[in-house]
Design a protein around this ligand. Structure first.
Ligand code: PMP
Length: 406
C-alpha cells in the first residue's frame, strides 16, 4: 500500500472536489497539478496587502517585494540544487527551452552542427530546436526507444559525434513516465563536447532533483506542474554558460546602461528577465516549493510509485489492455483498452468524476512510433489515493460494458 502521509493532503486542495461537492478523481496531474491552499494564500497576499513592483526600491513596500522575489529565486534554485545566480524565471518550461534555443542555440550552433533529441520528446523540446536548426542550418538526430519505450542511451552513444553540440532530453517522459539515466546521458554528451539539456517538467514534481548530481548543463521546469501557479517556470543553467549567453528579449530590467549609441546588459539572471516579471507567481512558486519540501520528495515519490505499481498491475490483468512505458514509470501510466478510443474512455470516465488525459500528449512523434493516434493517461500527484484507482478501474469496467467488451 502507498506510504501514507501523516494527514489527509486532499484537504489542502480546494480543487479536489467537483462543483457539486463530490470527490473528484483527478488523474491529470502530469498536465497540471491542483494547488494547495498555501499556494493560493501566498498568491493572494502577494497580490493584496504585499503588492508592489520589484527592483524600484525607493519605498519600503517595493524593497520588501524585491526581497521576496529574490528569495523566491533562491528557494526555487535551491530546490533543484542550483545557485540563485543560475536561475532565470521564465513563463514556463516552454519559454525556458525557447530561450536556450534562441540565445545559446543561435550563438553556438553552426551549419552542419547536430542536435540529438529522442523519439519521446514533448513538442516543446522539439519545435524550438527545429526553429533554430532551420535558421542556422543545424541537423536534428532522433534517438530511438527501447522495447519498454525508454530512451535508448546505448543507441544515443552510437549516434553521438563531435558535430553534436547539444543533447536535449526529457528527464521523465510525460507520456510513459520513463525516467532517463541523466548522469549517463550527461557523460555521453560531455564526451563529445555537447551540452545536455534536461526537460524536468515531469521529474521536478515527483523526485528529488539535484542538477549537480544529474550533471546537466540546462534544466527546465514549470511551476504549475509542481502545485504552483501558471505563467511561471524556471531555466537553470551552469553559471559559465549563462554568462556567455546573449539576451533573449530586450527591455527594462535586463540592461546595465542604455544609450542610443550602445546598450550594455545586466549580468545573468536579470539579463534574461526583460520587463516587469511575474512577481506574484514567483512568490507563489516558492510557496509551492515550500509545500512540497514540507512533505518530502522521497515520501511523495514512494507514494506515487506505489499507486503506479497497483494501477499497472490491475491494468495488466485485463487481457486487452496495452500498457506503455517501463514498469517503474514515474507517476504516470499510459494505456489503451482494446480498441476503445481514449477519448471515448475519457468521456465516460468523466461521468463518474474520474479525470484522465486522452490524446497525443503533445508528443505526436511518440504516437507515430507507437503506431497509435492517442493514449489514455492517468497521472498521480501527492493528493492521489487508492480510491482514485478504484474509481478509475470501475469506470474502465463500465466503459467496456458500454462497448460490449466485457
Ligand atoms: N515538457 C514536458 C515533458 C511536459 O510535460 C510539458 C507540459 N505538458 C512541457 C514540456 C511544457 O510545459 P509548459 O506547458 O508548462 O511550458
Amino acid at each position: 500500500a502507498p506510504a501514507t502521509f501523516d494527514r489527509d493532503l486532499r484537504a489542502d486542495f480546494p480543487g479536489m472536489v467537483t462543483h457539486d461537492g463530490q470527490p473528484w478523481h483527478y488523474l491529470d496531474t502530469a498536465a497540471t497539478a491542483q494547488k494547495p491552499r498555501a499556494v493560493i494564500d501566498a498568491m493572494a497576499r502577494a497580490l493584496g496587502e504585499d503588492y508592489a513592483t520589484v527592483h524600484r526600491g525607493v519605498y519600503a513596500r517595493s524593497a520588501e517585494m524585491t526581497l521576496a522575489y529574490e528569495a523566491a529565486r533562491r528557494k526555487v534554485a535551491g530546490f533543484i540544487g542550483g545557485h540563485e545566480d543560475e536561475l532565470v524565471f521564465t513563463r514556463g518550461a516552454t519559454e525556458a527551452i525557447n530561450l536556450v534555443a534562441q540565445t545559446w542555440g543561435r550563438a553556438n550552433l553552426k551549419a552542419g552542427d547536430r542536435i540529438l533529441l529522442s523519439q519521446a520528446e514533448h513538442h516543446s523540446n522539439i519545435v524550438p530546436w527545429q526553429m533554430v536548426a532551420a535558421e542556422v542550418g543545424a541537423v536534428i538526430d532522433v534517438c530511438p526507444l527501447t522495447d519498454d519505450h525508454c530512451i535508448d542511451l546505448g543507441a544515443a552513444e552510437a549516434m553521438l559525434t563531435e558535430r553534436h553540440k547539444l543533447v536535449a532530453l526529457g528527464h521523465v517522459s510525460n507520456v510513459t513516465g520513463a525516467l532517463l539515466d541523466a548522469p549517463r546521458a550527461a557523460a555521453m554528451a560531455h564526451k563529445v563536447g555537447a551540452k545536455l539539456l534536461l526537460d524536468g517538467c515531469q521529474s521536478a514534481p515527483h523526485m528529488g532533483v539535484d542538477v549537480a548530481a544529474l550533471d546537466c548543463d540546462f534544466y527546465v521546469f514549470s511551476a504549475h506542474k509542481l502545485y504552483g501557479p501558471t505563467g511561471i517556470g524556471a531555466l537553470w543553467a551552469k553559471a559559465e554558460i549563462l554568462a556567455d549567453m546573449p539576451p533573449y528579449q530586450g527591455g527594462g530590467a535586463m540592461i546595465d546602461r542604455v544609450t542610443f549609441e550602445r546598450t550594455t546588459y545586466a549580468p545573468p539572471p536579470q539579463r534574461f528577465e526583460a520587463g516587469t516579471p511575474a512577481i506574484t507567481e514567483a512568490i507563489a512558486f516558492a510557496a509551492a516549493v515550500d509545500y512540497v519540501e514540507g512533505i518530502g520528495l522521497d515520501r511523495i515519490h514512494a507514494h506515487e510509485q506505489a499507486l503506479v505499481a497497483r494501477l499497472r498491475r490491475e491494468l495488466a490483468a485485463m487481457n486487452d489492455v496495452r500498457l506503455f512505458g517501463p514498469a517503474d514509470s514515474a507517476g504516470i501510466v499510459s494505456f489503451a483498452v482494446g480498441d476503445i478510443h481514449p477519448h471515448d474512455l475519457g468521456t465516460i470516465l468523466d461521468e463518474s468524476n474520474v479525470a484522465i488525459r486522452a490524446g497525443h500528449h503533445c508528443a505526436q512523434p511518440l504516437m507515430d512510433y507507437l503506431g497509435i493516434p492517442a493514449t489514455a493517461r492517468a497521472s498521480f500527484g501527492i493528493y492521489s489515493t487508492e480510491a482514485d484507482i478504484d474509481a478509475l478501474m470501475a469506470g474502465i469496467a463500465r466503459t467496456r460494458r458500454i462497448f460490449g467488451r466485457g
